[in-house]
Design a binder for this molecule. Structure first.
Ligand code: ADP
Ligand code: MG
Length: 256
């Protein structure tokens, strides 16, 4: 269940909905060990890209690869199994389950021995259960929710739920983590904490990160590379400092 660092690549991704071209011939790579941001004005095609990368949409053209593995035709759970984790903008946790059970569920979905074998008390399953619990504790510790492990997730503050959502995504031991607006709805201090956390994911876990984000401050302070979309097309790519001064980017954001 441990995934090695691998490059996530989108090659010539196009996605049309009826007559609307949401994403047009977009290519970029998330290099292992980096934080990569996907930005652009509303309607630029960021969420569509994200959904193509995670198997929610099949692209009209183009391919998605993780290392040598082709993800283009994979379903979302297969993409997760292969090592691409994701969080959801609208938190996707089971509200009545405790934080611990939500995290255990995320791990069991990826392994053969599920809750059934565990419930039957099979020895191998029990051993595996203990290993999972240990790892869940480590991940909870890493995101700072150890004290909340027994709480039903529905009773947590929004900021804490965002952290648990992050822990849930880390439970699949991803090599790349896709974050959809990780600081949306967070206050200034929670946002700073999340920014620190994303840097720790890169530096301590060695997991590369692709983030879709509106908050320019966050992107410019933590991203190693930035890809900018506008009207479904890639208009700029490079370091934050580079894209910030790009005339095409300025005009896309200022609408000139
Ligand atoms: P962003 O996330 O950058 O705001 P989206 O990827 O959501 O942009 O949308 C890009 C374009 O594709 C928009 O014009 C949007 O209206 C259109 N679009 C996105 N999803 C769908 C869909 N499921 N059906 C039809 N059009 C869509
Ligand atoms: Mg969007």
């Amino acid at each position: 269940l441990t995934h090695q660092p691998r490059k996530l690549s989108a090659e010539g991704i196009t996605k049309t909905f009826g007559g609307v071209t949401a994403v047009s011939d977009v290519s970029f790579e998330v290099i292992p060990g980096t934080i990569h941001a996907l930005i652009g004005p509303n309607g630029a095609g960021k969420s569509t890209c994200f959904n193509v990368l995670t198997g929610v949409y099949r692209p009209t053209a183009g391919t998605v690869r993780l290392g040598d593995e082709m993800l283009t035709d994979c379903r979302p759970h297969e993409v997760a199994k292969l090592g691409v984790g994701r969080t959801f903008q609208n938190i996707a946790l089971a509200e009545r389950l405790s934080v611990r059970d939500n995290l255990m569920l995320a791990r069991h979905r990826l392994t053969r021995a599920g809750f059934v074998a565990t419930g039957l008390g099979l020895p191998g399953a029990r051993r595996e259960q203990r290993r999972h619990l240990e790892r869940v504790r480590e991940i909870a510790e890493f995101v700072g929710v150890t004290h909340l492990l027994s709480q039903p997730t529905g009773t947590l503050s929004y900021g804490d739920q965002k952290r648990v959502e992050l822990a849930r995504a880390l439970c699949i031991e991803p090599s790349v983590l896709l974050l959809d607006e990780p600081v949306a709805g967070l206050n200034a201090s929670e946002s700073r904490h999340m920014a620190r956390q994303i840097l720790d994911i890169r530096d301590q876990l060695g997991v590369s990160v692709l983030l879709v984000e509106h908050d320019m401050g966050l992107v410019m302070s933590i991203a190693d590379r930035v890809t900018v979309l506008d009207f479904g097309r890639l208009i700029a790519e490079g370091t934050p400092a580079h894209v910030q001064q790009d005339p095409a980017v300025l005009s896309a954001y200022l609408g000139t």
